[in-house]
Design a protein around this ligand. Sequence first.
Ligand code: GRF
Length: 203
Amino acid sequence: KKIVVLVSGSGSNLQAIIDACERQQIDGNVVAVMSNKADVFALERARLANIPSHVISHLDYSSRERFDKAVAKQIDDYQPDLIILAGYMRILTADFVNHYAGKMLNIHPSLLPKYPGLHTHHRAIEAGDKEHGTTVHFVTPELDGGPIILQAKVPIFIDDEEQDVIERVLAQEHQIYPMVVKWFCCDRLKMLNGKAYLDNQEI
Ligand code: GRF
């Protein structure tokens, strides 16, 4: 399967997926990386793995629609089977999402439906939550609202700094995201009528 990964930052989840493809745990290849920001470490990871990358800056477009169209055009050049959002910090237009219905995954650092949106770790700590985590889901037009595929939980300890929680969550993300991608690439995972199925069982 051909995979395109969208990033905006450090790309540690991108790396986990590249590594799983190289180990042949995932029956697929990352064929391209797209970033809306230049000079992010994710692009260096792509370069080191010999994967083509493209920077399309949202700042060069007058509207979200035009930007998303340009990104989609670049993605579609690769005719991918799967689009992976890995720390991609843009809100997506419904047209963009619908164009990839059932073929686009996101990882969000909270136990959805808790804390959609930004600053999830901070919000969980401030709320006094004892546990936190991360969620892999299919992407639908509702922000962080698509059907949930897999979650991992981590504890929040009383003397944790935000960075401790971020790192604990990332370690789990690097486990669960490649696992879900593996399921997708061997056709075990589907989205139908807004619901996620693994081995034909609703999740
Ligand atoms: C991850 O925590 C992911 O859940 C969120 O952004 C972060 C990206 O980290 N969407 P990285 O760029 O993969 O290192």
